[in-house]
Design a protein around this ligand. Sequence first.
Ligand code: OOG
Ligand code: NI
Length: 466
Amino acid sequence: MKLTNFVSADAIRASFSSAMSSMYRTEVPAYGTLLSLVAKVNAQTLAASPELRHRLEQTDTLDRISEERHGAIRVGTAAELSMLRRAFAIMGMYPVGYYDLSEAGVPVHSTAFRPVSDAALKVNPFRVFTSLLRLDLISDATLREEARRTLERRQIFSGNAISLIEKAEADGGLDADEATQFVREVLETFRWHDRASVSGELYNRLHDAHRLVADVVSFKGPHINHLTPRTLDIDAVQELMPAHGISPKAVIEGPPARACPILLRQTSFKALEEDVSFHNAEGQWESGSHTARFGEIEHRGIALTPKGRALYDQLLAKSREVVRPAADGSNADDYLSELARVFEAFPDDWNSIREQGLGYFRYSVAECFPQNSLSSREASNIAALVAMGAVRFDPIVYEDFLPVSAAGIFQSNLGDDTKQNFTASPSQQEFESQLGAAVLDEFAHYESLERASIDACLRHFKPVAL
Ligand code: OOG
Ligand code: NI
């Protein structure tokens, strides 16, 4: 038998995310500025709150608190999407969730490739929000066909990347040298190319159909369009961005600030206008510009149950019926106060969230609880165990994304205020067949984490049969 010494998928992912971060900082210096701002605010927040520091020390790696949590790309064909799935699997990242963005005026549908187990998330939580262009939503048939042909001609993976993916699949892993090469080769797929692969004339027509169509179709590869570190105080970073020469989007997406954070809050700095060149009919290069790349920050809270999520969606829709956040920020204050007012209907203490079945929790055996003080009925009932203090509960962190927020992030970074409308057309089955795999259902996953923690507590307190 051949002896193998494979590098773990978690380690490959960690080195990939760090390589991506340094590439992006070089490519987009404003992103480097955002990273330093986030690190500074995180350090100040920790210094001001020993209690938060203590809590994070138990659950997180403090020295990596300001590292990237996610990035995003947009691809053009099923073949590109399925090869990405294979590449991400080698890094321990699997497709979780289906997001239909057509509903929000963006012609893509998406999933997030991410580590799934707690242990893997802890080693390195990096995920990639990955969108596939919906060419079927382009109404002009000629343009649709031109876009399709352009995409068909490109190869976004290097030959070496493909061979290494195939090798890893065949052998069951990569050794240290191969893993280093794999990271280097796959990184190329995400690199920025300032020379468009289409003429300026075609770019303009694609752009008129939708800015996103131009972004996906016109370049050699699916450049990483943002990276996102974690912030411990998203409101502070949003406020400090302008003083650091970066211009934030108008409002923070997601729920308002709360004592018990739910789901995900995120904001970004607006995408930069960058110089690119297009070839003309005479085969010469002409200069132009393109807006696509930005930086984002995120702050995560508890994962909600379908009931909690329905309440969240309902409250968000309600606040947006009253005030829709304008891209220029002119009604940002009105929007934020309306959002805060409407969300008063969402309980803001952990126990109410738990008792009303709105969020997922991880249950664990409380230290020092005298086991023999429990009756057998109490010992087999999780609610009783919690009420007696024998079991504690902690929120399970939401590790996924939100379609309305994602649409807000997309919109503010397409540099366009005019909103295009598409008929909502979720098409998960088609997406999964293009991906070549089913996506994991996020609710089922959180529920199984909660269930497993309850079962472990009940096993612990199970009366010993005589
Ligand atoms: C992806 C936008 C979605 C998020 O954090 O919700 C996203 C994109 O602009 O390609 O990254
Ligand atoms: Ni993002």
